[in-house]
Write a protein that binds this ligand. Structure first.
Ligand code: SAH
Ligand code: SF4
Length: 438
């Protein structure tokens, strides 16, 4: 979601005459788009400001902005702690960036200190304003994100999102279709729909749900692949499960975070589903799409997590088997109920549990990748690999695939979906060669 927001900020600036540069050294303005989800992400903001500070000393008229959820949560505090920062704005206000910049420049022209803090707007206004912004081609990727839903009303007890991103708001169907069409016109053929709870999306007027939206988007000429993230197990409905069997554009990949495998912990987290219900949900997806690649988020060391609770998470992973996953040590977030819990888990225990969990998940990911050796997979080519003479792309299961090819044809395969014979599997990627289809 932050990648999407950053791209939209870059686009808004490109449309008001700015140009994107590769490094902070070359920039007249630096925007740090921030994440507040775990404490480590917050600390990174201040260390990044520290790194940029000397550049501002060299270039006095440089503008430093902090955007996103840390900005939303800390507001003017950021300027108090880091006076080198000129602008602070939350995730609901970034579409006003060009206007805010005009204000900063006007203040500077009057010889005043430029300080601007904006953290007040609701997500609905953000979507209204987005309508008027055309997508400018800042990247040449054939794959793009489209935000369809913002905010969260779930209030999982560990999570800061409902406080920083506000209540759940869905974007109207027509806006989503218009944005997707504009992307297709620029050469995009794969769209990933984004939302904190993307499967809670619903068109307020027509009542359309995500399966219906995916059907409409799949009918757009030029759209070859559709994905969506992140789903909440609670909001999953029969029609969306069925879509994985009957919408041919929908890729066989599902990120469905479970967080933990112990019912005690799931209750304490306010997830409102049991481990057994989650497992049953997964079985329903596998029934309509047996090859579906599953992904999840896990938190270890949630307050009160015992060895037995942790073992239940490990057992759930063994049972489900994931193609890939994200896992984190629980990080107490200010203002969330779990942060107040007295039964905080010792840091060393969290570390040991995370290592054990990640070893299991990495093994499953490796096995999932190895199972593709010998298969021919359609790969959407995106960009040159770091290694010379290779292009990289994505398999339907979202694996990165590196393919060695003649330099002469590299540009012509970009943005195309071509069959690749998979010859090797690695921890995080596959490699292979272009196949003539036999
Ligand atoms: N809406 C999504 C998740 C958004 S946050 C969902 O409900 O699945 C992304 C992930 O960050 C979460 O799934 C969770 O695993 C992790 N996370 C959120 N708050 C956290 C915290 N306080 N400590 C550690 N991990 C956290
Ligand atoms: Fe956070 Fe829970 Fe909402 Fe996901 S569903 S964003 S974890 S509160």
């Amino acid at each position: 979601m932050n990648v999407y927001d950053s791209e939209r900020m870059a686009e808004a600036l490109v449309l008001s005459g700015y140009q994107q540069v590769e490094t902070a050294d070359d920039a007249d303005m630096v925007i740090l788009n921030t994440c507040h989800i775990r404490e480590k992400a917050v600390q990174k903001v201040y260390s990044d400001i520290g790194r940029i500070k000397p550049l501002k000393k060299k270039k006095n008229d440089m503008i430093i902005a902090v955007a996103g959820c840390v900005a939303q949560a800390e507001g003017a505090e950021i300027i108090a702690r880091a006076p080198v920062v000129d602008m602070v704005f939350g995730p609901q206000t970034f579409q006003q960036l060009p206007d805010m910049l005009d204000e900063v420049h006007a203040l500077r022209a009057k010889g005043k200190k430029s300080r601007l803090v904006r953290t007040e707007f609701p997500a609905a206004e953000k979507f209204t304003a987005l309508k008027s912004v055309t997508r400018a081609p800042i990247t040449r990727s054939p794959s793009a994100f489209v935000t369809v839903q913002e905010g969260c009303d779930k209030f999982c007890t560990f999570c800061v999102v409902p406080y920083t991103r506000g209540e759940e708001v869905s974007r109207p169907t027509a806006d989503i279709i218009a944005e997707t069409q504009a992307l297709v016109d620029q050469g995009v053929c794969e769209v990933t729909l984004l939302g904190q709870n993307v499967n809670a999306w619903q068109d307020r007027q027509s009542g359309l749900r995500l399966d219906g939206l995916l059907a409409q988007l799949g009918a757009i000429t030029g759209i070859e692949r559709l994905r969506f993230t992140t789903s909440h197990p609670r909001d999953m409905d029969d029609a969306l499960i069925a879509a994985h069997g009957n919408n041919l554009k929908l890729m066989p990949y599902l990120h469905l975070p479970v967080q933990a495998g112990s019912d005690n912990i799931l209750t304490a987290m306010n997830r409102k589903h049991s481990a057994a219900e989650y497992i049953e949900l997964v079985a329903r997806f596998r029934a309509v799409r047996p090859d579906i690649a599953l992904s999840s988020d896990f938190i270890v060391g949630f307050p009160g997590e015992t060895d037995a609770d942790f073992d239940a998470t490990m057992a759930l992973i063994e049972h489900v088997t994931y193609a890939q996953a994200y896992s984190f040590k629980y990080s107490p977030r200010p203002g969330t109920p779990a942060a107040e819990d007295e039964a905080q888990v010792d840091e060393a225990i969290k570390t040991t549990r995370l290592h054990r969990l990640q070893a299991l998940l990495n093994g499953q990911q490796r096995a999932f990748n190895e199972a593709q050796i010998g298969n021919i997979l359609p790969v959407l080519f995106d960009k040159p690999s770091k290694k010379n003479g290779q292009m990289s792309g994505r398999s339907p299961y979202l694996q990165t695939v590196h393919v060695t090819m003649d330099e002469a044809i590299m540009e012509s395969v970009r943005g195309r979906i071509l069959p690749v014979a998979i010859t090797a599997a690695h921890n995080n990627s596959l490699s292979g060669h272009l196949s003539d289809g036999d």
